[in-house]
Design a protein around this ligand. Structure first.
Ligand SMILES: [Zn+2]
Length: 300
């Protein structure tokens, strides 16, 4: 019997995602600066254990460990030739952990570079790189895609177009990293909520939202409110997704530390959910305990 497709599942109410991968890898002893994505080849068990911990905590969908597995980001580790292998392996690891009941989202992060004239990237090369990554994730069996931690609108748009050109019927989510600056929320590249939401929706995403960034918990709640009203204004039934960090990182001994407790995180997640956000997870600093706390609070 075929299970509900992710596209149908997201219409049925809360979809609990996972928490952070990167900060959990650091906790497992992986050094800062290492290529996390290459662990899919080198140490698949470490990645698999993190997926399993989130699934056990209550995640209904987990993100593949492929955030930096586009050609440009991998090139910084001398791994530009390994795009296919790393992404397909990442999807297979997640698939194996999630089984047939739960879902896996192919995770696509930014290139880490800028498009011309700000940087060196040509739009066509960037699009090709995202297509290459998305195809390799598809080959590994993903149920959908999440393009996340985007800060530049032009790069996000290219990523969405690229993924949608190969995703067929699978859902595509797009998520931006916002900071509070002055009285307003903007990405590092100056994009405001309305522009991010309207662009993503015009390109046909199934969900648009925010992740990461450096906001306090209350600010993420406020951000959720802005996203929900911007999405409503679009006249389509695009969903909103939220993956806040465990608060604003504090620097302790040169390391970023996230101090928000699972209970406080779950309270913020509940407020965000009550505003109308149905796809919720956590970004940097969140752990299986944070996800478990949300599951207990919201899944009745
Ligand atoms: Zn993050």
């Amino acid at each position: 019997m075929a299970r509900t497709s992710l596209k149908d599942r997201i219409k049925q109410g809360l979809l609990l995602l996972d928490g952070a991968m990167g900060t959990q890898l650091l906790t497992s002893g992986i050094e800062v600066g290492k290529c996390n994505d290459y662990l899919n080849i080198e140490s698949p068990d470490i990645v698999s254990d993190i997926h399993r911990a989130y699934l056990q905590a209550g995640s209904v969908a987990v993100l593949t460990n492929t955030f930096g597995a586009n050609k440009f980001a991998l090139a910084r580790h001398g791994l530009a030739e390994e795009v296919e292998r790393i992404n397909t392996a990442g999807a297979k690891i997640a698939r194996q952990a999630a089984g047939k009941e739960k879902y896996i989202l192919g995770d696509i992060g930014p290139s880490g570079d800028f498009l011309k004239p700000l940087g060196d990237l040509e739009p066509k090369d960037l699009k090709d790189a995202f297509i290459q990554q998305a195809k390799a994730l598809l080959a590994g069996g993903v149920d959908g895609f999440i393009i996340e931690t985007m800060t530049a609108l032009d790069e996000a748009a290219i990523a969405i177009e690229a993924v949608k050109s190969v995703s067929g019927d699978l859902p595509v989510f797009a998520s931006f990293a916002f900071d509070r600056s002055g009285g307003d929320y903007r990405t590092m590249m100056g994009v405001d909520v309305e522009s991010a939401v309207s662009k993503a929706i015009s390109l046909g995403v199934d969900a648009v939202g925010f992740n990461c960034g450096s906001a306090m918990l209350d600010e993420y709640v406020e951000l959720a409110e802005k996203f929900v009203s911007a999405a409503k204004a679009s006249d389509k039934d695009t969903l909103v997704l939220a993956e806040p960090n465990a608060g604003k990182p504090e620097l302790v001994d040169g390391k970023a530390v996230y101090k928000v407790s699972p209970e406080d995180f779950a309270s913020a997640a509940e407020k965000i959910h009550l505003l109308g956000v149905n796809i919720i997870g956590g970004c940097c600093g969140t752990t299986p305990k944070h996800i478990e706390a949300i599951a207990q609070k919201l899944r009745r």
